[in-house]
Design a protein around this ligand. Structure first.
Ligand code: FE2
Ligand code: FE2
Length: 366
């Protein structure tokens, strides 16, 4: 074991955050839904070492079904198919480790935000719930780190993920922390976990995501139930500020303008394995039409329109003003794939939130 020190070589420089700490002298249950959610969370605690079978080696063939987050199915290009089997595995495991590392770092951010909420939220039931979420997030950090260790190594955080975590940790407004973390970051995470869990056939990863996604559906429910209660108490200006915070958070996490930076990481991974990423991209460009043929059937609502925006609407944070900004931003990103030519049509297609988010997250995407 390495020598114990107060300053560790892997830590970041301190981030100064502003947070008000609130004592609450009323210990009686006050917000019934939150108290129930807290009780449910205490009953649903699980133990990574006991409840998951870590001795199973990662099944290479089954792991190949894990989505890697690329917009096009790379594995169907003739270039990919010309590569040896061993190279497929090297590329898949390293790329997946990059994606999972960002889930892992996001979990660390969630751990610290949840701990801040214990201090900052003014209602006892909400402090209790944030305490269980803090425990959940510690376990999520534990399991993702452990799984990545089996696969490859932990890769550095992607800059957009770091930016949104910093902003959520730095704000002195606890409602912005809730909106940034429980609604936007965890909303997008739920969507990704659901997709990865449904598609991957790798048993350990599937089990791990089942446990994590169940916890996350509760964290999201906490955000929804608390924020929708708080919003009617805000001034118009405070509400507009919250809406803008949500918009910026979503923009930071999924904006296309971040793609070149992410692509360069992926290219670096490919170079490590000795594969020419330039050739692969040229091949993808040549075969694009064939690769996208199946994908074009039926436009799908993405994570923002399909989940984050419905959550904001439910919480009373989707004015026409911010909906117009969301529509413009998504149109820039998705082009013809966006459902809704104008804001009215865009709003008409926004679905209701699933009645049972836990069941939804464990179901399979259509
Ligand atoms: Fe989590
Ligand atoms: Fe969470």
């Amino acid at each position: 074991m390495s020598e114990f020190t107060l300053q560790t070589p892997t830590q970041e420089p301190d981030l100064a955050t502003a947070m008000r700490v609130v004592y609450q002298w009323n210990y009686e249950p006050e917000v019934e839904e939150l108290r129930r959610l807290y009780v449910k969370a205490t009953e649903a605690q699980w133990i990574a070492e006991r409840d998951l079978d870590w001795d199973r080696p990662i099944d290479h063939a089954k792991f190949a079904t894990t989505p890697l987050g690329s917009a096009l199915p790379v594995e169907r290009t003739s270039y990919w198919q010309s590569l040896p089997e061993a190279t497929h595995w090297e590329l898949t495991r390293r790329t997946a480790a990059f994606r999972l590392s960002n889930f892992l770092h996001g979990e660390q951010g969630a751990l610290m935000v949840a701990a801040q909420l214990v201090n900052a939220v003014p209602h006892t039931d909400a402090k209790f719930y944030a305490a269980t979420q803090t425990m959940d997030e510690a376990r999520h950090v534990e399991v993702f780190a452990k799984y990545i260790r089996k696969l490859d190594e932990v890769r550095p955080i992607a800059p957009p993920v770091k930016r949104i975590l910093d902003a959520t940790l730095e704000t002195d407004d606890w409602l912005k922390k809730l909106v940034g973390m429980q609604i936007v970051v965890e909303g997008l995470a739920l969507y990704s976990f659901r997709q990865m869990r449904a598609l991957t056939e790798e048993p350990l990863l599937k089990d791990l995501l089942t446990y994590v996604a169940r916890d996350e559906s509760r964290h999201h429910a906490y955000g929804v139930q608390y924020v929708e209660r708080c919003v009617p108490c805000l001034t118009d200006r405070q509400r507009a500020e919250l809406e803008d915070f949500a918009l910026e958070a979503a923009r930071t996490l999924i904006d296309n303008r971040n793609q070149p930076a992410l692509l360069s990481v992926v290219m670096q991974i490919w170079a490590e394995v000795g594969v020419d990423a330039g050739e692969l991209f040229a091949c993808m460009a040549r075969e694009r039409e064939e690769l996208t043929r199946d994908m074009q059937k039926g436009r799908r609502l993405g994570p923002v329109q399909g989940f984050v925006i419905p959550t904001l609407r439910r919480c009373g944070l989707l004015s026409e003003r911010v909906a117009t900004h969301f529509h413009a931003f998504l149109r820039d990103n998705l082009g013809a794939n966006l459902v809704g030519e104008d804001v009215e049509e865009f709003l008409e297609h926004i679905p209701e939130l699933p009645r049972d988010t836990a069941a939804w997250v464990l179901g399979s995407p259509a």
